[in-house]
Write a protein of this length. Sequence first.
Length: 126
Amino acid sequence: MNRQIPKMGGHVLAENDKIRMADLTTMTLAELKSLEKKVAKAIVKVEQQEKKKALSELEAKAKEMGFSLSELTGAGKGPRGGGKSKGAAKYANPSDPSQTWTGRGRRPAWVIEALNAGKSIDDLEI
């Protein structure tokens, strides 16, 4: 099968022909930009196909070994699929125990208010 590819620089290339540098140098800027867009689309399409094939092969191998791929990679844990937990709460609001803080990151408003009211951080420990 010798499918025709659109004209490039006045040349019609068959599907099995290779584009040579001489062919590119005879093309106009508009033709080169058009070719660039087509190549970019082709790259994306081929990458998607290869990723799909790789994923399918990995899932089959994991299943063959008695696992799911998500079990092996830890995917699906946490909000971003990472598996990293927020950590255990170390402090609680004395007036509302449902409000907790791990002690990492920015201090919640209730912690700041308690400290400003004269309490120590130790008073807030769970």
